[in-house]
Design a protein around this ligand. Structure first.
Ligand code: FAD
Length: 376
């Protein structure tokens, strides 16, 4: 062999082998794994944060706007004590129960940071999690589309009193809060913080709040609060700088002139949407298209242009910047499409252990005891 010829790198020694690695333990990642395991496909879920990470960072007691039957997964009814739309807490409880009930193997706080084809077999995938390698016939990227808050890109936005997430509302009692944004998250935060006794100012870059796309039950309330000046609204304004002492805003007046406002706030919440983490798409060379860098995939099978690499859930929508088109609500079908394609390809159906585990069990606690003491 000539010195210039490269030696094919050896495949990584896998710590674990399974049929499918599902990246992301949100509702759709979990639903996909259950659908696969019901069909005898040994699917394992790796989640970067806690189970249902995206929902876990919503402010306490935030409610879904979708009705419960549309956000329930795997055919398990989602009921709330008062028949209202589920809150963050109710949904996370539900998600834990579903995972326990179907004994879905989920490893939380396990970020997938590398995926590559086996050098000697491009149809097999090697996935790195916490420095260990897992080998699988297929990978499902159910990574969601809201990895981190959008940035204003102004000086001072990393100061400690500036936050891209609404936290526990109680924290803001008696404080002067600037909320930047004019869509659901910002409007909902403005109303909630006003109710807990914060002095709220809303800065939005357009002339008025969007005509559509604000939850119908929030709209009359925010309009009323702005009209009565209980919430101060600075339309056509943009934050230009933040310091510990003040926030500078540029506002366009009705006559078209710009003027600069210098205002003091205790907290600044930049609720201007969220961005997808594209690291894995880029690493794998998955082609993306605008708007939002949506991954390109086959709508029939959810397979990307890489054989054996699928996308599921809101991950397919890329970064959804204005009106959201892809929700949990309209993603349930992804689990079925991918499973069907894998079965056609001959993956799964023979794995009786996965199939048995995916059957709803009488008591998750009993299952745990049986696993710990198989003799009992
Ligand atoms: C305040 C608020 C209210 C909402 N209300 C609704 C609603 O009423 N109805 C609705 O349909 N949608 C709603 N949404 C959107 C909702 O969050 C999504 O529809 C839902 O979470 C999508 O589920 P998913 O499984 O596709 O993605 P996600 O729930 O985002 O799950 C993706 C998961 O992948 C994990 N992940 C990402 N990268 C990696 C990696 N490299 N390794 C391991 N894990 C990784 C993430 O940590 C995350 O847990 C709302 C969003 C917000 C912010």
């Amino acid at each position: 062999m000539k010195p210039s010829e490269s030696i094919d790198p050896a495949p990584h020694e896998p710590n674990r082998v399974c049929d499918v690695v599902v990246v992301g333990g949100g509702p759709i990642g979990i639903e996909t794994a259950i659908e696969m395991r019901r069909n005898g496909i040994d699917a394992v879920v790796f989640e970067a944060g806690p189970l249902g990470h995206t929902i876990s960072w919503w402010a306490p007691q935030t409610r879904w706007f979708s009705s419960n039957d549309r956000i329930s997964i795997a055919g398990v009814p989602l009921n709330t004590i008062d028949q209202a739309k589920a809150s963050r807490e109710e949904y996370l409880t539900y998600l834990r129960s579903v995972v326990d009930q179907f004994r879905v193997p989920v490893e939380t706080f396990s970020k997938v940071d590398k995926i590559e084809a086996r050098p000697d077999d491009p149809r097999r995938w090697q996935v790195r999690v916490r420095s260990k390698w897992i080998e699988a016939s297929a990978v499902v990227l159910a990574i969601g589309g809201t990895d981190h808050p959008n940035r204003l890109n102004v000086p001072g936005e990393d100061l400690p009193h500036v936050d891209g997430y609404l936290r526990e509302a109680h924290h803001y009692h008696g404080r002067r809060v600037l909320i930047v944004g004019g869509r659901n998250s910002a409007v909902e935060a403005a109303i909630r913080l006003h109710r807990v006794g914060a002095k709220v100012t809303l800065s939005y870059h357009r002339e008025e709040l969007p005509e559509t796309s604000i939850k119908y039950w929030l709209r009359p309330e925010i309009d009323g609060l702005i009209r009565s000046k209980a919430i101060e609204a600075l339309f056509e304004s943009r934050v230009t700088a933040i310091t510990p002492e003040r926030v500078d805003l540029d506002q366009i007046l009705p006559d078209g002139r710009h003027h600069t406002l210098h205002m003091h706030f205790d907290d600044v919440l930049t609720l201007i949407g969220y961005e997808q983490d594209k690291t894995l798409f880029k690493q794998l060379g998955i082609r993306m298209e605008d708007p939002g860098g949506k991954p390109i995939y086959d709508d029939e099978t959810m397979e990307t242009e890489l054989p054996g690499v699928y996308v599921a859930g809101t991950a397919v929508g890329g970064t959804q910047s204005s009106k959201y088109q892809v929700f949990l609500e309209n993603c349930h079908v992804h689990a079925v499409k991918i499973t069907k394609h894998l079965l056609e390809y001959g993956i799964g159906s023979r794995n009786t252990e996965a199939k048995t585990q995916a059957k709803p069990s009488a008591s998750p606690e009993l299952n745990r005891q049986i696993e710990m003491n198989p003799e009992s």
